[in-house]
Design a protein around this ligand. Structure first.
Ligand code: FAD
Length: 362
């Protein structure tokens, strides 16, 4: 019998496994793919967020602010490629100024470092940008996610934890004080565990239906919000991350970078019925129309399809933002089971803080 089984080897499952195995618990991560971190954890902007946008009472805010500090420290300690680019949030039209002001107020309420800046300060390192007013967030940056995943895996293994790849979780039932967890790798087998943690991301709803006695009224329906990224060939005139004022379900089509300095735009947001990462080339004109608002000199010929990602939302398109859902036994009635749902952005940034929180909850 093991102490903990974690379903899902994305950055959330791995961060939790790292924390638990370091605190002496025998931990096994079940990951159905050939590599860990290959789903949503690899299909994002790679941005280390500061924690500006979310209501001050949200767990998201607390975990993002704490996670921001932890992930920079961790990147330094492990030599993971990362860069604190700093981010300008811009209002490109006058009618966006009140939204910009609301973002500023929210950032202040969240005790995040954010300031109003002179336009010359923005232009100096970002020539060609068109906007009325801007805010600056110095602690926003980018991390190399594959390197981050590798470092987490190394820590887990170093502390005696096991990441079982090509291993699918099939079902779980509780017998006295332990879970009997059925899995399939080359063949089917079962493992006994004291604790069970669900971090299966986009598959969370399906996973929960396979956990005996999990109350159906506590399962959030998963909504899939797809985002596309376009890369821009050639040298970037911009030195900072640039975000337009945010929309309801995303932070807007922003300017981001990979760690080689390559510039990309995205993600957009579109609710889809199923998980499908195909790239819709027809979106190019929508991207150009959006980017041209803040960068009139964009050369459309240099914009090329890059990749897509899907946000694991627990909100319908018509609903406003929801907090991360981390349910423990008092929420669902199953002792020693922790269920994480709706871990969309800023999940990457928050991952190490989520690991600490779950360790504390156990
Ligand atoms: C477009 C986009 C942009 C984003 N940008 C940012 C950003 O800039 N900054 C930020 O902080 N966050 C960002 N995020 C959010 C961040 O990527 C996620 O919060 C984070 O990756 C979630 O990690 P996870 O481990 O929960 O999920 P995943 O990475 O999806 O991991 C879940 C794992 O569970 C496995 N699994 C599922 N079912 C089973 C099963 N039955 N058996 C075994 N294994 C199973 C899957 O194979 C998968 O590997 C973005 C997300 C998207 C989609």
């Amino acid at each position: 019998m093991t102490d903990v089984i974690i379903i899902g080897g994305g950055v959330i499952g791995l961060s939790i496994a790292r924390e638990l195995s370091r605190s002496g618990k025998d931990t096994i991560v079940l990951e159905r793919n050939e590599r860990a971190g290959d789903v949503t954890s690899s299909r994002n902007s790679g941005v280390i967020h500061a924690g500006i946008y979310y209501p001050e009472s949200f767990l998201k805010t607390k975990l993002c602010v704490e996670g921001n500090k932890l992930i920079y420290q961790y990147a330094e300690e492990k030599n993971i490629n990362h860069k604190k680019y700093g981010k300008f949030i811009i209002a490109s039209k006058k009618n966006e100024l009140s939204n910009l002001e609301s973002i500023f107020i929210q950032g202040k309420k969240n005790h995040v470092e954010i300031c109003k800046v002179d336009n010359e300060q923005v232009i100096e390192n970002n020539p060609g940008l068109r906007f009325c007013q801007a805010l600056y967030s110095p602690n926003s940056g980018v991390i190399d996610v594959p390197e981050y995943v590798t470092a987490l895996e190394g820590d887990i293994q170093h502390s005696g934890g096991l990441i079982s790849l090509r291993t699918s979780f099939l079902s779980a039932k509780k017998k006295k004080n332990k879970f009997i967890v059925s899995c399939s790798a080359e063949e089917e087998f079962s493992i006994e565990s004291k604790y069970l943690i669900n971090c299966s991301g986009l598959s969370n709803e399906i996973t929960l239906k396979k956990i005996e006695n999990f109350p159906t009224n506590k399962i959030y329906k998963n909504y899939f919000a797809k985002g596309h990224y376009f890369k821009y060939s050639g040298k970037s005139p911009f030195s900072n991350l640039i975000y337009p004022v945010s929309g309801q379900h995303s932070l807007g089509i922003h300017i981001g970078f990979d760690l080689a300095g390559g510039m990309r735009f995205g993600p957009d947001v579109e609710f889809v019925e199923k998980i499908d990462y195909t790239f819709d080339l027809s979106l190019k004109s929508k991207f150009i129309n959006s980017i041209i608002q803040y960068w009139p000199d964009i050369n459309p010929e240099k914009l090329h399809p890059d990749y897509t990602g899907i946000r694991p939302k627990i909100t319908k398109p018509s609903e406003s933002m929801r907090d991360f859902s981390i349910q423990i036994s008092k929420d669902h009635g199953i002792k020693n089971f922790i269920n994480l749902q709706g871990i969309e952005s800023p999940g990457l940034t928050s991952s190490l803080a989520i690991g600490k929180l779950v360790n504390h909850l156990l």
